[in-house]
Design a binder for this molecule. Structure first.
Ligand SMILES: [Fe+2]
Length: 279
């Protein structure tokens, strides 16, 4: 990911209040073969269905934020196919990596007029900061000293813009014992830094394949359904939920307020293998 590469966004001028409309899409788990199946599910089909569904509702947003695990097989051809899909949306798309991604292949392939892997997006009233919490060959998350110091710099550069931080792994326990072994292992440090800057408003993550909304001391933490299969909330072991694939929409208001909603396709994904013990 390029250090502090920045996209400056002009929000839709027809919206007089300059609210930023953001769509979060996460955990696509795309395979190299577009016909391939993961846990019985065509992740290519479900990702396309979720994008189509999102496009049927108040489209386009100001920004589409993709929060990692974009590929299950992080090969150039997987990302090239996603790049074509994102370019066809004709709206700004910013991508950050998850534990299944290859950050360098991803940033080489995900590029186009409207598609980028970068560190931040600036709008009139908000700064959206993207952090890489993935570690090579590891499922769990970590924020490096370099990323923490970059986050501190970016926050201090923009004290008058409200901040939303996008990451893949959640910085707190989510109530699933097996997933809680893979959260950001220095989440306390990340939260301490974020909370120390009064403009910070929210952290938005992927990884957990379920909806989550926590509010603590002025900071909101959002987790979002995957575009493919979902994990059962409050489960000790790996377990699949029957809820449909989905995405999150966030409205970032000029006064720092956030409204957010999760949207899901009806029904479980076709072919879902409920007997799977992992993925
Ligand atoms: Fe995932």
């Amino acid at each position: 990911m390029t250090l502090a590469a920045t996209l400056t966004l002009k929000t839709d001028s027809s919206r007089r209040d300059q609210t930023v409309e953001l769509v979060q899409i996460t955990d696509l788990h795309l395979l190299a073969d577009p016909q391939g199946l993961l846990l019985g599910v065509s992740t290519d089909d479900t990702a396309r269905e979720v994008f189509k569904f999102a496009q049927s509702k108040d489209w386009p947003p100001d920004l589409v934020l993709l929060t990692g695990d974009l590929a299950q097989e992080p090969l150039p051809e997987t990302y090239r196919r996603l790049n074509e899909l994102l370019r066809s949306l004709k709206t700004p798309c910013v991508c950050l990596p998850g534990n299944h991604d290859d950050p360098s292949t991803m940033s080489e392939q995900l590029r186009g007029d409207n598609v980028r892997c970068l560190s931040r997006v600036l709008t009139d009233h908000w700064q959206i900061i993207c952090l890489n919490t993935s570690l090579p060959e590891k499922e769990g998350g970590h924020v490096s000293e370099e990323s923490l110091s970059q986050l501190e710099t970016l926050l201090d550069e923009q004290p008058d813009r409200f901040a939303l931080i996008g990451i893949h792994h959640p910085p707190v326990s989510v109530g699933c014992s097996w997933l809680d072994t893979m959260i950001v292992d220095n989440g306390d440090k990340l939260l301490e830094l974020v909370r120390s800057r009064p403009q910070s408003r929210a952290i938005v993550c992927g990884h957990i394949h379920q909806a989550l909304h926590l509010r603590d001391r002025g900071l909101e933490i959002f987790g979002t359904p995957s575009t493919c299969f979902q994990f059962m909330p409050d489960s000790e072991k790996f377990a699949l939920d029957e809820l449909g694939p989905g995405y999150r929409r966030l409205s970032l208001f000029p006064d720092g307020r956030i409204e957010s909603e999760v949207y899901r396709l009806p029904g479980k994904p076709r072919g879902l293998d409920q007997s799977a013990a992992g993925y």
